[in-house]
Design a protein around this ligand. Structure first.
Ligand SMILES: *Cc1c(COP(=O)(O)O)cnc(C)c1O
Length: 958
């Protein structure tokens, strides 16, 4: 013992220095876990697990790991290089005020942002309610019957609408018409999407160029990108006469004042809900919406929340119809949308709850009033303002004065839109202050005060009278609750309390890498220097973004062995789409336009074949052997058979079975030898970072799911980022963007996708350093092998390498329980809820199994709690096998149990104690599922996708 006077330096490493933030098990725990797995050291386990043939030569190094404070200081420096001017650029992105109660309690609240996609409805009732509010809001505003929740951005939603129109139109024409008043980025994405499918895109003035009998559909923008507000009723009727489908891209705020697309007869409405309280964020993330007529609901892409009942007949929400349809329909899926924008849809829906119809209408009116005032000032200066009637956007042709005015405006702190060489666009929004109007007038040469115009503002609206909205919206009582902040806070809290997110328990989802989203990484996303930058500002206002994007791309190149990265795709599936397009462009440029065959193993993630279909490729399925590896003989044969037309193969590494296949290099070689390119799905990169690089193995292009491996939170089903890395020969064929390089092939509305969440991944890289990232990979592999070791014996672990090792995830076979005890994989998943866990990935890639991925973030204690729950479930099944428990009335079949099960009669052959407090469940901090098991079939048979009557609204906010 040291005496009080003695002083010596400790060698204890505070957590910030030893990457304890991200790495769950302590060094001592790791030793214990290694003993269970049977290795003397972490490196010995890694050497035995990751094949020598694929290990990277040099360690990942880019400077010492930073402490949280150092990383945040660095981010602050970078942020300060972005200039936050007032942007009145419009073009799909508008200033908005995020109500602080929503910012703090949703956007900055891990109970919301760390949740997973609501595939397990029982533990997702809160966000499902928020999403059905969203769908109701969209249906009301657009005047259509069914809305999804949600799509990635307005431009991809428009491209999805076109694809849907082609599917459902009676017309067999192959041309799609696009109103020239659509946003340029929307037009660009439509062209990207149409080209590989052989559809023509005709852009023009609908009055002159739209020949309804020659198109399968048309897209109109409402209001138009230059401000026009017009009635499309007659054009839509003409389309319908010819069996074509009409889509209207509509601004939801404008719809508070204007006749809805549904009332004009539109079949589909799409748009962005960004200006419902979601910061512009240099392009994203924001939720796009799609609403359709009832007749088309089964063809709609994206996720649809519906109402069903639970085992007690109580109301319960769930995802309906299209849920996971890519996994079922593969290359025949309606779209590849997987991760969408759930968190942002939740925010937008809460904005509508917060303001209600009266508030939304008032905001829309104030925006319009500002636009009218702006116009009056410019008219007083002698400018002609177009159009005559408008909502929030006006256009002024200033001739050769354009440069001067735009520069003067910037000097005044305001960005205006440069439309062409003479016209300027101005869009007003919720945030525009009087000072900004006066600043714009000064830039145009006028020294007015707002007060000069205020007196006569009430009477002179410039909305087109015949288009004024008469129909009601947001009539459901949820949009009429008492708006005291205490109520709002409690409503948000109540919903999040119903859900099980990472802030309560591990979410061991195979392939989805639900790892820690560190608080320090999350802080910068709401800094105005990141969140308040319009995506189309002049480059010199986003120098901080540029520096961060460049550095992140460089680090991702180092991690993957690729030469260039595109940050445009805003989900993994969009990355696949962008990567396959890049391959397609490369083949076309090399004179091989005919190469259109894509080899995909049966074990591939459903988005792979769905994406291949979107770029017009022919999917050829390759077999998988009984051990889960790609069947090499079949691969070789199919590659040979299709050699003349081989475009590429799409593989996942480590495989979707969680194994490092030894044959991966050979697969790349075979593909290359037949003139094909290799697409390596990077969703499993958490098993590779620092140990192996796709680029070294022989792959040509990959997407990374930054919302898996690189710490962007899942948000309950989005946002995400799916940047793609490519080898040098593919770099010239990466997606372009009309607002940056002017090249074709844009895949996202914004040039850098959902740029504002990239600081999360970047700060993760800074705080971990290359060494820390490598350590994370190793511990992820240790954690998975530890689970496999602890559960083997009780369960079969499917698909291990020859030495019995798994990669970063493992598949547990529950099918034997079905024969022996009548226990399904569903029963196991639902029983895990009673134990306080989110189920692992269910029935993918193999039906009837569970795929478990613990990630490096989980501590030994949490993993042990999970293993004990799984082992106890096995014992419950054994009781059934042995005849000690009833085959149909047992804790597995009746799971999950709720508080309802604690009251009233109890006639079950097991105790309430056993029902509600199985091993794993916390006594005090017990997670209670708010509903009993949800009836999926009922929900699909009785499809209801808007808010149900209020009587059933629990105790919510009267
Ligand atoms: C998650 C995942 C995807 C799709 O990514 P999203 O971001 O959800 O679109 C693709 N492939 C694999 C193997 C995945 O795990």
């Amino acid at each position: 013992m040291s005496t009080p006077t003695e002083f010596s330096f400790t060698d204890y490493q505070p957590y910030d220095f030893a990457n304890r933030r991200h790495i769950g098990p302590s060094p001592a725990e790791m030793q214990e876990m290694l003993k269970v797995v049977g290795y003397g050291s972490l490196d010995a386990l890694i050497d035995a697990t990751v094949p020598k043939g694929i290990r990277q030569d040099a360690p990942l190094i880019w400077g010492a790991p930073m402490t949280e404070r150092e990383a945040l200081d660095r981010l602050r420096e970078i942020a300060n290089k972005n200039r936050t001017l007032v942007s009145l650029i419009g073009q799909g992105y508008y200033g908005t005020i995020t109500p602080p109660v929503i910012q703090r309690n949703i956007l900055e609240n891990p109970a919301w942002y760390t949740a997973y996609t609501p595939y397990q409805p029982e533990i997702s009732q809160g966000r499902l309610e928020a999403l059905i509010n969203y769908q109701t809001m969209v249906c009301d505003l657009t005047g259509l019957d069914v809305a999804n929740a949600s799509l990635l951005d307005e431009a991809t939603a428009a491209a999805e609408a076109m694809a849907m129109a082609e599917r459902v139109a009676k017309s067999k024409a192959k041309t799609f018409f696009v109103d020239e008043n659509c946003h340029p980025q929307t037009i660009a994405l439509i062209k990207t999407r149409a080209a590989p499918l052989g559809w023509q895109v005709l852009v023009g003035n609908p009055d002159e160029h739209l020949k309804a009998n020659e198109v399968f559909g048309a897209l109109f923008q409402y209001p138009g990108t230059y401000g026009h507000v017009r009635d499309f009723t007659a054009l839509i009727a003409k389309l319908h006469e010819n069996g074509a489908i009409a889509t209207v891209a509509a601004d939801p705020l404008a719809l508070a004042l204007l006749k809805s697309p549904g009332e004009m007869g539109a079949d589909i409405a799409i748009g962005s809900t960004q200006r419902f309280g979601v910061p512009v964020g240099y392009g994203g993330p924001h939720a796009a919406y799609m609403a359709v007529k009832d007749a088309y609901k089964r063809s709609m892409p994206g996720r649809l929340v519906g109402v069903s009942v639970d085992a007690r007949g109580n109301r319960a929400y769930r995802l309906s119809l299209q849920t996971r349809e890519q996994h079922i329909r593969r290359e025949k899926a309606t779209s590849n949308i997987c991760t969408a924008q759930v968190l942002l849809a939740v925010m937008a829906s809460m904005y509508a709850v917060f303001h209600g119809p009266e508030g939304i209408k008032a905001i829309a009116q104030q925006v319009h009033r500002k636009a009218v005032l702006m116009a009056k000032g410019l008219e007083k200066l002698g400018y002609t303002v177009e159009p005559e009637t408008f909502f929030d956007t006006i256009t002024v042709d200033v001739g050769h004065m354009q440069g001067l005015i735009l520069r003067a405006a910037v000097a005044e702190g305001v960005n205006l839109r440069k439309i062409d060489s003479t016209r300027i666009g101005i869009s007003l929004d919720e945030r525009t202050r009087p000072a900004a109007l006066e600043a714009v007038w000064r830039a145009f040469g006028g020294h007015f005060r707002l007060a000069d115009f205020e007196s006569n503002s009430g009477s002179d609206w410039r909305l087109p009278k015949p288009l004024l909205r008469k129909s009601a919206y947001l009539t459901h009582p949820i949009f009429h609750m008492n708006r005291a902040e205490s109520e709002m806070t409690r409503y948000i809290r109540r919903l999040s309390d119903r859900d099980l997110a990472l802030d309560r328990a591990m979410i061991p989802l195979g392939s989805c890498t639900m790892k820690l989203n560190a608080t320090a990484e999350m802080l910068p996303i709401t800094w105005p220097e990141f969140s308040d930058i319009h995506p189309f500002v002049p480059a010199d206002q986003a120098l901080g973004y540029k520096e961060m994007l460049d550095d992140l791309a460089q680090k991702l190149c180092a991690v993957t062995g690729y030469d260039a990265f595109s940050m445009q795709p805003n989900s993994g599936a969009q990355g696949e789409y962008a990567g396959l397009l890049t391959i397609r462009n490369y083949h076309i440029a090399s004179g091989n336009a005919h190469r259109d065959v894509c080899l995909i193993p049966t074990s591939a993630h459903g988005t792979n074949p769905a994406s291949a279909q979107m770029v017009g490729m022919k999917v050829v399925v390759v077999k998988v052997t009984e051990t889960g590896d790609i069947d090499m003989a079949d691969f070789r044969a199919k590659a040979q058979e299709h050699a003349a037309n081989l475009s590429c193969c799409m593989i996942t590494y480590p495989s979707t079975h969680g194994v490092f296949e030894e044959t991966v290099r050979e697969i790349c070689e075979i593909t290359h030898s037949h003139g094909g390119q290799v697409y390596l799905d990077g969703a499993n990169m958490n098993a590779m970072v620092g140990l192996a690089r796709p680029g070294d193995i022989g792959s040509d292009v990959s997407h990374l799911n930054l919302h898996k491996t690189f710490c962007i939170p899942h948000g309950g089903g989005g946002p995400g980022m799916g940047p793609i890395g490519v080898k040098a020969h593919l770099a010239p064929h990466l997606p372009g963007h009309p607002e940056t390089d002017g090249r074709e092939g844009a895949v996202s509305a914004a040039p850098y996708g959902s740029a504002s969440i990239l600081p999360i991944s970047w700060s993760y890289c800074l705080m971990m350093g290359g060494e820390g990232l490598t350590q994370a990979t190793k511990v992820a592999i240790l954690n998975a092998n530890y689970i496999a070791a602890r559960l083997s014996g009780a369960y079969d672990v499917l698909y291990t390498a020859e030495n019995g090792r798994v990669a970063h995830e493992c598949i547990i076979d529950t099918r034997p329980l079905s024969d022996s005890a009548g226990v399904s994989v569903d029963d196991v998943a639902k029983r895990l809820i009673d134990c306080g866990f989110h189920a692992p990935t269910m029935s993918w890639p193999v039906a009837g199994t569970l795929m478990i991925e613990p990630t490096e973030s989980e501590t030994k204690a949490e993993i042990d709690r999970f293993c004990e729950a799984m082992l106890a479930i096995r014992e419950e099944a054994r009781a059934i096998e042995d005849g000690r428990m009833d085959r149909t009335n047992n804790p597995l079949k009746n799971a999950p149990h709720t508080v309802e099960d604690l009251v009233g009669d109890w006639d079950r052959p097991y105790s309430r104690e056993q029902a509600c407090y199985p091993p794993g469940a916390f006594r005090v901090d017990k997670y209670w599922s708010p509903v009993n098991r949800v009836d999926n079939v009922y929900g699909d048979r009785n499809l209801i996708c808007t808010c149900p009557p209020v009587e059933s609204y629990a105790e919510a906010a009267e």
